[in-house]
Design a protein around this ligand. Structure first.
Ligand code: ATP
Length: 169
């Protein structure tokens, strides 16, 4: 149940209530989206021996969720967001344009290398994904979603997908 309570010395009336959240859920998003940010006070208690409560400053949250002019607030926004124009009309490139500097790691679908673009000298991580492995493990939808999210997201905290290429080998 939500009740109203006066906030001392401010003349503001606040909604007072409690809510329970499950693992991975974010509380405070309403504060972030709301224009009346000053009239929101929240305290949180994590219960259970394995529970972790992570706090993130509003400015950092804004950077993660909506950096560089985008207005992405949650997973629905990402799924509905327009793909960047370079993904609708991909700029062709060749693997030969990149010089491999070293191996970074292995994932479930292939390897990741550190590479340098010859023309610009820019450094990238090049991730190779085996389509055969994606299909045989039933991960087609997941990999398409991963590509979509990584191409739309634009945050200093997240890896961004700049380009992709399909090879038939
Ligand atoms: N952009 C990147 N920059 C630096 N290292 C990276 C980058 N992407 C991947 N790596 C490294 O390469 C490894 C393999 O990455 P990859 O994305 O293929 O798999 P994963 O995310 O670890 O697991 P999964 O394949 O199950 O999703 C990672 O564990 C990480 O060490």
């Amino acid at each position: 149940m939500v009740e109203k309570e006066a906030l001392k010395g401010t003349g503001l009336e606040l909604d007072v209530g409690t809510a329970e959240y499950n693992v991975g859920e974010v509380f405070g998003r309403k504060l972030y989206q709301s224009a009346e940010q000053e009239s929101f006070i929240a305290s949180a208690r994590a219960e259970g021996p394995e529970t972790k409560l992570l706090r993130i400053a509003a400015d950092d949250f804004r950077l993660i969720m909506a950096s560089q002019g985008s207005h992405i607030n949650g997973s629905e926004d990402i799924m509905n967001a327009e793909l960047p124009s370079e993904f609708k009309n991909p700029v062709p490139f060749r693997l030969e344009d990149f010089q491999v500097i070293g191996l970074v790691g292995y994932g479930s679908f292939g390897k990741v290398s550190l590479v340098r673009e010859q023309a610009t000298k820019q450094i990238f991580a090049l991730k190779e994904v085996s389509k055969r492995r994606v299909i045989s493990t039933g991960q087609i939808e997941h990999i398409i979603n991963e590509k979509r999210v990584m191409s739309i997201i634009d945050s200093p905290f997240c890896v961004k997908l700049f380009r992709f290429i399909f090879l038939f080998i």
